[in-house]
Design a protein around this ligand. Structure first.
Ligand code: FES
Length: 107
């Protein structure tokens, strides 16, 4: 199973195996990564699943859809070019080794 690593600016690093097809928000929440809240359950209404895609993987994802772009306006932490809402990102086998950086806070 492919692996994803989430890196918190507060220090902790979390590596989890993620099922292909799972959302990266679900993988974090069910993987016990408390820095990802996912308050709306993935229906694009909370922006508490904000992550920054590591630059090494920036070209591995398509651009955000319009709805995600709208919600990215609502993130509480700094919005950066690599900001994404992880409920909109699905795991793929070719993303094995993916690194996601966590924001300072989600709310
Ligand atoms: Fe609410 Fe992603 S979980 S917008």
């Amino acid at each position: 199973m492919p692996t994803v690593t989430w890196i918190s600016p507060k220090g902790p690093t979390y590596a989890r195996e993620v099922e292909v097809g799972d959302s990266l928000m679900d993988a974090a929440v069910f993987g016990g990564i408390s820095e990802v809240e996912g308050a709306c359950g993935g229906c694009l209404s909370c922006a508490t699943c904000h992550v920054y895609i590591d630059s090494a993987f920036a070209d591995r994802f398509g651009p955000p859809e319009a709805d995600e772009l709208s919600m990215l306006e609502m993130v509480s932490a700094e919005r950066r070019p690599e900001s994404r809402l992880s409920c909109q990102l699905r795991m793929r086998q070719d993303l094995d080794g993916l690194v996601l950086h966590l924001p300072e806070s989600q709310g």
